[in-house]
Structures are given as C-alpha cells and as structure tokens.
Design a protein around this ligand. Structure first.
Ligand SMILES: Cc1cc2nc3c(=O)[nH]c(=O)nc-3n(C[C@H](O)[C@H](O)[C@H](O)COP(=O)(O)OP(=O)(O)OC[C@H]3O[C@@H](n4cnc5c(N)ncnc54)[C@H](O)[C@@H]3O)c2cc1C
Ligand SMILES: *[C@@H]1O[C@H](CO)[C@@H](O)[C@H](O)[C@H]1NC(C)=O
Length: 508
C-alpha cells in the first residue's frame, strides 16, 4: 500500500518512480544533454507548418512548462513540440526513439501523480493545437481533438444543443479524465466518460498510428478506457453526444463542523432511501471560510440537479433541517453555464495553476462518521497552517446508476470504481518549492487517507487512478481481480513493450 514517505535521493537513483523527488536540479540539466537547437534543425523540417518546437530556456516555454501542480510535478524537458497534426505526433515519437529520448503528452497539464517526475531530459508533446470539436452530422457523436479542454468541448457542443460526458473542471482536458474513467455531472445517466468512447486514433510507441474501436484493435479499445495512459498518444477521439437537456438548479448549504456527524448520517440515510435519485450530483467540500467560522473548516454542500427532481427536494429538505449557516439557490442554469456557476470554471480557484496540488483518494460506498471526524481533525490541522490554508477536502457522489449499468468487464475502468460511488480526497494546495513543506503535506495527506480508510472496515482500499498520488500499488488503482491484472499486463506487453508510456500510474 503506502510506501514510506521519507525516501531520500538514493531511492531516486534506484528508479522508484513514486517518490516525490522530482526536482530537476538533481538530474543532468536538460540543456547539457545535447546541443541546443539540434532538434529544431533535425525534427523541424519533418513537422507540419503549424507545429512549433520550443526550447525550455526560451521565454515561449514558460507557459508550456507551468502545470497545475508545479513545482511539485516538474517533468524535465529538453524540448517542447507543439504538434498540430497526427503526423507531427508520429514524427516526434520516431525522432525521440532515434535519440533514445523519453516523451510525454500534455493536454490540460492537470495530472498530478509523482510518476510524471520520472521524465528526465524528455520531449513534451504538447497537444493543445489539436483542439477541434466537431459534431457528427447525425448529432449522435462528436469528434474531439486530444488537446481540447473541457470548456472548449462544452461550448462547441452546446452551441448545437448537445453535450458529451466530460469532467467537471473547465480547465482540464477532455481526454485526460476519460483515459482513467472520468467522473462527470451526467454520470448518473451516461456512466463514465470512458464508457462513452466510440473510437480513437492512437499513435503507438513505434510511431505507427492505428484506429481503435469495438471492431478495430478491440483489445486496445478495452484498455484505453480506464488504463488509457499506458498504451499510446490519442490524437483524436469520437464520443457519444446527447441532447443538452433541461436547465439546472444549484443549492449551496454551508455547515459548521459541529454538524459533521449528523451531516454524514443524513447523507447516508438519503442515499439509502433514494438509490435511484436521478440526475442529482452531491458534492461536499470541506474548506476554510473565516467569515463563517474563524476557528475551523466548514462543510459546503452543493446539490446540483437537472430539471425537476423529487429526490433533490427531499435531499435539500433533510439537509436544511441541520440548520446550515448559509443557504443559497441558483436556478435556470443552462448546461453551457453550469460549470462556471458551480465554481468549476476556468477562472475559479479550482483551476489555478502553478501550485503543488496533491491528492490522497479513497472510494467508498458509505460514510463512516467516526472516520470522517478523524479525517476532519487532521484536515483542520493542515489548514490551520497558513501555507496550506486554501486546501480542500472533496466529498463527491455522482449517483450509482450510470456507472453500474455498464458491465464491469466491458472496459478497463476498475470494478471498484463502479461499485463504490463515493469519492473523497483531500486536495492539498500550497505554493513554493520547500522540501520540508512538501514532506509535511505528504504526512497530512497520508494521515487523512489512512483515517478515512479506517472507516471502510475490511474493504481493500481503492484509489481513483486520476486522483492517485503515484505511490499506490497496481490493484489499488486498476482493480484487484487476477484475470484483469493479467489482461492489462498482456496488453502492456503487446502495445507498449518498452514501457515508453510509463509516466502516469504505469502498469508494470
Ligand atoms: C482542477 C482539477 C479538476 C479535475 N476534475 C476532474 C473531474 O471532474 N473528473 C475527473 O474524472 N477527473 C478530474 N480531475 C483529475 C483529472 O482526470 C486528471 O488530473 C487528468 O489526468 C488531467 O488531464 P489533463 O489532460 O488536464 O492533464 P495532463 O497532465 O496533460 O495529462 C494527464 C496524463 O495523461 C496523458 N495524456 C495527456 N494527453 C494524452 C493523449 N492525448 N493521449 C494519451 N495520453 C495523454 C499525459 O501524458 C499525462 O500522463 C481533475 C483534476 C484537477 C487538477
Ligand atoms: C487551438 O487550435 C488552433 C489550430 O491548431 C490553434 O491555432 C490555437 O492556438 C489552439 N488553441 C489554443 C488555446 O492553444
């Protein structure tokens, strides 16, 4: 399970990928690895006219190097290739292979597992120029460029009265969440983002480009949906499209911490009473709000639902009985505006960049009140430090139905991800590059995770792959069934025999 957190440089040299030793100064400076400019001269002529190659010390590189979770997550690059076509991706991979250079695709730049720091003197393949969203003529599916961000996809489809299953945060790519499953506002009806993939174009480790769908390279199609960071670079993909639906209501209730026990008891009671509650998303966020409680974090609850929904009325009434300190409602929110209204917008704090994001996830099927109290205590200590004050503890429930309607074996999304519908994780945010601060963050985060796990009884822990720290074992993120494990390993051996796609929760 958890590895010891205090591992030194010697372990880095042994190549243990999960430890947080990503500091580029420990490696050989990228610019000494080869003569600067060689790549521009050699690869440049092979690329399309819209592609660009940027060297890491140039001023154009800065925005391409800042990730959501820098400096903690800082893959080390000797060049960045902004690809504009599938052939650009192929040429770049072939060039990297020729020079025995690692490479990493970047779309939204929000991934945070420490395994990403395994990239040393590599080539960043930046996908952002491949950002199209095109609705197919019959309106039932859409083709998306793998560099498109969620807000671009939502806006493009909504302009045709349509939507697709994407994540919640506008700044994240559409492909990133999908490759690991993809939790969504409309998951209750349509399942995970991965469950809605129709086909993909994928460039493999040797530079070949292939079609992937139910009837084309179907084994890869299975693996791409859930373990999809392990096999190739998706250049474009087709997902199911649906009508944009009714308008939404957003109720926000804020509770002080003395209500914590009744809050989680009420949540459990409601989920038991209304297992099929319709398109109602329940999201709690524990965070500091000094206006409401200067001493302790508070619990914010969002009830977000489409159209009229009787279960939502019952949820709201039951939580209101707990006497929230703040209570507000927004109505008639269109699908196109929902993400900004809910606080998931491009300019919202959740989308901030260049802070050391770190998560410690658990998936559960009900809340354990004592465990959540213990976790809250550690979270309270964490956020009493000024440095970590803006951290949050996520409590997410998208409803069971959509994810469970899809048979467990039908793609690589872990069965535990379908069965355990509650997703909780502290999301630690802090600034700067201080090693002692990072160690404290890791200790707090692991402490919160362990406290939550104590409440799960004998159930083996499950961590959502897209929220993982990088230190989890295989079964914890990809599922524990032996046949599934062999299947994933066989796929890895077939499609990525050299392990070139090994920087994001690698199957190894
Ligand atoms: C603010 C925030 C909000 C989030 N919200 C949600 C959410 O609502 N639902 C949810 O399920 N998850 C969510 N996540 C987690 C999210 O799924 C992961 O962080 C995801 O990896 C981000 O994808 P990205 O493209 O933005 O990041 P990147 O770091 O660019 O990519 C992540 C990984 O995918 C690989 N990759 C990128 N593009 C491709 C490609 N075209 N082909 C193959 N591999 C590729 C990268 O190499 C990297 O290893 C959120 C994370 C953050 C930080
Ligand atoms: C989207 O793609 C187009 C075409 O490649 C490109 O010109 C544009 O800069 C891209 N958008 C972003 C934000 O990168």
């Amino acid at each position: 399970m958890m590895l010891p957190l205090s591992v030194g440089i010697h372990t880095l040299l042994l190549g243990v990928a999960c430890v947080a030793e990503g500091d580029p100064v420990l490696g050989i400076p990228a610019q000494l690895q080869g003569r600067r400019g060689d790549i521009i001269r050699e690869l440049g002529p092979l690329l399309s006219k819209d592609a660009t190659i940027v060297l890491p010390l140039s001023s154009e590189a800065e925005p391409l190097l800042i990730r959501a979770a820098t400096p903690r997550i800082s893959p080390d690059y000797k060049a960045i290739v902004e690809v504009a076509t599938e052939q650009d991706v192929q040429q770049t991979i072939k060039y990297a292979n020729l020079h025995k250079t690692p490479f990493l695709a970047v779309s939204g730049g929000h991934g945070w597992p420490t395994t990403l720091n395994g990239v040393k003197a590599g080539i960043q393949i930046n996908m952002r120029k491949m950002n199209h969203t095109t609705l197919k003529r019959d309106g039932r599916s859409a083709s998306i460029g793998a560099g498109a961000l969620q807000h671009e996809v939502i806006a493009a489809l909504f302009s045709h009265g349509k939507r697709a299953v994407t994540g919640l945060c506008e700044c994240v790519s559409a492909i990133g969440p999908l490759l690991g499953g993809g939790h969504s506002m409309i998951q209750w009806r349509y399942g995970f983002a991965a469950d809605n993939l129709v086909s993909a174009r994928v460039v493999l480790a040797d530079g070949r480009a292939v079609d992937v769908a139910a009837d084309k390279n179907s084994d890869l199609f299975w693996g791409l949906r859930g373990a999809g960071h392990n096999f190739g670079i998706v250049t474009s993909f087709v997902v199911k499209a649906y009508d944009a639906g009714d308008t939404w209501t957003l109720i926000t209730l804020t509770f002080t911490q003395d209500k914590l026990e009744v809050f989680f008891e009420t949540w459990n009671m409601l989920e038991k009473a209304h297992p099929d509650r319709g398109m109602l998303v329940v999201i709690g966020i524990m965070a500091r709000n000094d206006d409401i409680d200067p001493e302790n974090p508070v619990i914010n609850l969002q009830l977000i639902y489409e159209g009229r929904n009787d279960a939502a009325d019952l949820y709201a009434a039951a939580f209101r009985k707990l006497e929230p300190k703040a209570d507000s409602t927004l109505q008639e929110i269109s699908w196109g505006d929902l993400f900004t209204a809910g606080g998931f917008g491009l300019t919202g704090p959740i989308c901030r960049k260049n802070q050391n994001i770190l998560g410690y996830p658990n998936s559960l099927d009900k809340w354990d009140v004592d465990a959540m109290r213990a976790a809250f205590g550690i979270f309270s200590d964490l956020t009493s430090e000024e440095l970590f004050k803006t951290s949050a503890m996520l409590l997410e429930s998208y409803g069971q139905q959509g994810a469970r309607a899809v048979p467990e074996g039908s793609n690589a999304v872990a069965p535990e991800e379908r069965r355990r519908h509650l997703l909780t994780s502290p999301i630690l945010w802090w600034m700067g590059d201080d090693a002692a601060a990072r160690k404290r963050a890791e200790d707090y985060g692991a402490g919160i995770q362990a406290a939550v796990r104590k409440g799960a009884g004998s159930a083996e822990p499950h961590a959502y792959v897209n929220y993982a720290t990088g230190c989890e074992d295989f079964g914890e993120v990809y599922g524990r069934e032996a046949p599934r494990r062999s299947k994933l390993k066989a796929l890895k051996a077939k499609w990525d025999p050299q392990g070139q796609f090994g920087f994001y929760m690698p199957i190894e």
